[in-house]
Design a binder for this molecule. Structure first.
Ligand code: SF4
Ligand code: MG
Length: 317
C-alpha cells in the first residue's frame, strides 16, 4: 500500500544568529503515514516539530530531503500544482485566538478556503459552511458572529471546520489543544476522533504533551533537537520506551487519565537548544545512562521490538 505521506531525509537549516554556521532545526527526518492513521509527533518546545510540520505541507521549503504525498513528490511541484495539492493537506494551529481573522464572520472564515479554491456556487458554499458548523458541534447562529464572541474551545472548533472545508486527506494538528483548559481539551480530542472516522481523515498530531499524544496516536515519533529519536507503534513506544529520553518523558506522566495530567514534563538538565547541539548523542548531557561512547559517537537507529530508537543501548535497556 502506498503511504499517504512520506518524508525522506528531511532537514531544515537556518543560519545561526551569531553568523557562524547553521542551526539544524530539523535534521534528517524520515517518516511515513498510512491512510487512516494518526501519527503523533512529540517533543519539548524547540525540538523542531512545528518546523517539520510546516515542511510536510511545504509552508516552509526544506533544505534537504523529499516529501511524497501518495507517492507524488511535493517539492517538485510548480506553484499552481502545489496550490491544488494543498487541498489535500490542511493545518490546525495551536492558538485559536491568533489564527482567526477578527474582522471576518465565522461563515466567512470557514468559507475562505472554498472561495480561494473556487469551489461550488455561492449557494453551495453557504450550504457547506452550514454543514461544517454543525459537524464541529457549533450552534447554527455562529455563522454570523465574530471570533471574539467565542471561547478558546469554540474557536478551535471553528479552526477545525475551516481545515476540513476542502475535504483534505490529511490534517496536521500543531498543538491543537495546548492553549485550552484540560476539560475543554478532551472535548476537542473527542471531536477530532469523531471527525477522523466520519470523514476518513489521517492526522499528524504534534504535541509537547505525551499524555495527549498517547490518547490519540496509532504511531508515535519522539523528537529531540531536530531528530526523531524513537519511532514505532504507540503501544510499543509509550508502553515499553527504548530511548532514555522517551523513558524520562513517560516517567514524568503521573496519570494515564488525560483529564488528570500534568501540563509540563520534568527532565533534569538544560532544555534543548538547537543553536548548541551537543556532540555524539545530543541527549548525552541529560541522559542518566550515558557512557563515554555517547559523548563522541552519534547513535544510529537500532531496532528494538516493534520500534526503533536512536540510542547505542536501545536493545539492551
Ligand atoms: Fe543515552 Fe547514550 Fe543512548 Fe544517547 S546513546 S540516549 S546518551 S545511552
Ligand atoms: Mg511549536
Amino acid at each position: 500500500m502506498t503511504a499517504l505521506l512520506e518524508a525522506r531525509g528531511l532537514s531544515k537549516f537556518f543560519p545561526a544568529r551569531d553568523g557562524k554556521g547553521l542551526v539544524r532545526a530539523v535534521n534528517d527526518v524520515s517518516l511515513s503515514l498510512a491512510p487512516g492513521e494518526t501519527l503523533g509527533i512529540v517533543g519539548e518546545s524547540g525540538c523542531g516539530k512545528s518546523t517539520l510540520a510546516r515542511m510536510l505541507m511545504r509552508l516552509i521549503e526544506p533544505s534537504e530531503g523529499k516529501v511524497l504525498l501518495e507517492g507524488e513528490d511535493l517539492l517538485s511541484l510548480a506553484k499552481g500544482a502545489m496550490r491544488q495539492r494543498r487541498r489535500d493537506i490542511q493545518i490546525v494551529f495551536q492558538d485559536p485566538y491568533a489564527s482567526l481573522d477578527p474582522r471576518m464572520s465565522i461563515a466567512q472564515i470557514i468559507a475562505e478556503p472554498l472561495d480561494i479554491h473556487g469551489i461550488g456556487t455561492k449557494a453551495e458554499r453557504a450550504a457547506k459552511v452550514k454543514d461544517l458548523i454543525d459537524l464541529v458541534g457549533l450552534d447554527p447562529s455562529a455563522a454570523s458572529r465574530y471570533p471574539h464572541e467565542f471561547s478558546g474551545g469554540q474557536r478551535q472548533r471553528i479552526g477545525i471546520a475551516r481545515a476540513i472545508a476542502l475535504e483534505p486527506k490529511l490534517v496536521v494538528l500543531d498543538e491543537p489543544v495546548s492553549a485550552l483548559d484540560v476539560s475543554i481539551q478532551s472535548q476537542i480530542l473527542n471531536l477530532l476522533d469523531d471527525l477522523k472516522s466520519r470523514l476518513r481523515l489521517s492526522y499528524i498530531f504534534i504535541s509537547h504533551d505525551l499524555s495527549v499524544v498517547q490518547h490519540v496516536s496509532d504511531r508515535v515519533a519522539v523528537m529531540y533537537l531536530g531528530r526523531i529519536v524513537e519511532e514505532g507503534p504507540a503501544e510499543a513506544v509509550l508502553g515499553a520506551p527504548r530511548h532514555p529520553y522517551t523513558q524520562a518523558l513517560m516517567s514524568a506522566i503521573p496519570e494515564i487519565d488525560p483529564t488528570r495530567r500534568k501540563s509540563h514534563q520534568l527532565l533534569p538538565g538544560d532544555p534543548p537548544n538547537p543553536e548548541n547541539i551537543p556532540s555524539g548523542c545530543p541527549f548525552h548531557p541529560r541522559c542518566p545512562i550515558a557512557q563515554d561512547i555517547c559523548r563522541t559517537e552519534p547513535p544510529a537507529f537500532r531496532t528494538a521490538g516493534a520500534s526503533r530508537a536512536r540510542c547505542h543501548f536501545a536493545g539492551e535497556t
